[in-house]
Design a protein around this ligand. Structure first.
Ligand code: UDP
Length: 334
């Protein structure tokens, strides 16, 4: 029986595929390679290039594979882009989920682990954010993922497809050996942008907003290492295999770091000056996002290995030094 990883060539998906293979799972990957990289996919996984909205393609994958469960990473995830082009997000993310669940219902696959996001909560009324907090997104990205959670809820009731929604906070880092890591074009995320400045590829970091109601005025986020995040998906799959009901879990460290604190941590790790300037707020950014993540720890048995943001940045820096141009340096491994 195979675990089918959708979006397995992306940043988080490729680390999850790698961890699944290391733990002895049989893995099949689907990715349309719009933002993913073929070279990021562990070559012990079977690879199918195609789009989950293409029903004929998806059916053919379910025909070829005996799927025990799906882990779904295949979505767009950039907040500012979603503000400019919301329909791109509702099409790929939300409509993609409908197509996926149709195929799962057709092929009697009853387990899905889903990449959800802290962005489904919007601007929290209470921090740390618990899973029971109101979900009121402030951007179309979060809205598209909240809709996906709701579609899964009703599909559970109607078709018995059980799901775990993992609501990620901020993800960073790379496999410690530097062989896979984060590579987006264009890059929009804080840690890789800071490391591009450290590497001399960008002149300076723009810090978006310094007048938020936070201790130093910059946004506060909660960072998790990508490997810890990947491992939570495997625990969630096992939780569903044990016959548990559908559920949602936050994945965060329960500790917040401001954008300025992340910059300082990166200066210390890289021993580079990393010039930075204050810039206007970025549309759609909540002020503070910190997870209450005890539910994942107590119910899934999740034990993150990385609790130090410098250690997280160190692994991202290692990947940056190993592959300065990301996967462009590395070719395919087909
Ligand atoms: N950020 C920034 N400069 C950048 C990129 C990001 O100040 O060049 C800030 C962004 O406004 C947010 C934080 O860094 O406060 C994290 O943003 P990112 O895009 O990495 O993740 P998000 O929180 O949107 O998922």
């Amino acid at each position: 029986m195979a675990v089918l990883v959708l979006g397995g060539a992306g940043y988080i998906g490729s680390h999850a595929v790698d961890r699944l293979i290391q733990k002895g799972y049989d893995v099949a990957v689907v990715d349309n390679l719009v933002t993913g990289h073929r070279a990021a996919v562990n070559n012990k996984a079977r690879f199918y290039e195609g789009d989950i909205r293409d029903a004929a393609f998806l059916n053919s994958v379910f025909e070829q594979e005996k799927v025990e469960g799906v882990i779904h990473f295949a979505a767009f995830s950039i907040v500012p882009e979603s503000m400019k082009d919301p329909l791109k997000y509702f099409d790929n993310n939300t409509a993609g989920m409908v197509k996926l669940l149709e195929a799962m219902a057709r092929y009697n696959v009853k387990k899905i682990v889903f990449s959800s996001t802290a962005a489904t909560y919007g601007e929290p009324k209470e921090v740390p954010i618990r899973e029971t907090a109101p979900q009121v997104p402030t951007n179309p990205y979060g809205e598209s993922k909240l809709a996906m959670e709701k579609i899964m809820h009703w599909s559970d009731i109607a078709y018995g497809i059980k799901f775990v929604a993992l609501r990620y906070f901020n993800v960073a880092g790379a496999k410690p050996d530097g062989s896979i890591g984060e590579d987006h074009h264009p890059e929009t995320h804080l840690v890789p942008i800071i490391l591009q400045v450290a590497a001399g590829e960008r002149e300076q970091l723009q810090i978006f907003g310094n007048d938020y109601p936070t201790p130093d005025g910059t946004n506060v986020r909660d960072y998790v290492h990508v490997i810890d995040l990947a491992d939570a998906h495997i625990l969630a799959l096992e939780y569903l295999k044990q016959g548990h009901e559908s559920n949602a879990f936050n994945l965060g460290s329960s500790t917040g770091f401001s954008n300025k604190q992340i910059l300082d941590a990166a200066r210390s790790v890289t021993e580079r000056p990393i010039p930075a300037v204050n810039a206007p707020r970025r549309a759609g950014d909540p002020s503070t996002l910190i997870a209450a993540s005890d539910k994942a720890r107590s119910i899934l048995g999740w034990k993150p290995q990385y609790d130090d943001v410098k250690e997280i940045i160190k692994t991202a820096w290692n990947w940056k030094k190993n592959a300065p141009a990301g996967y462009d340096d590395r070719g395919g491994n087909e």
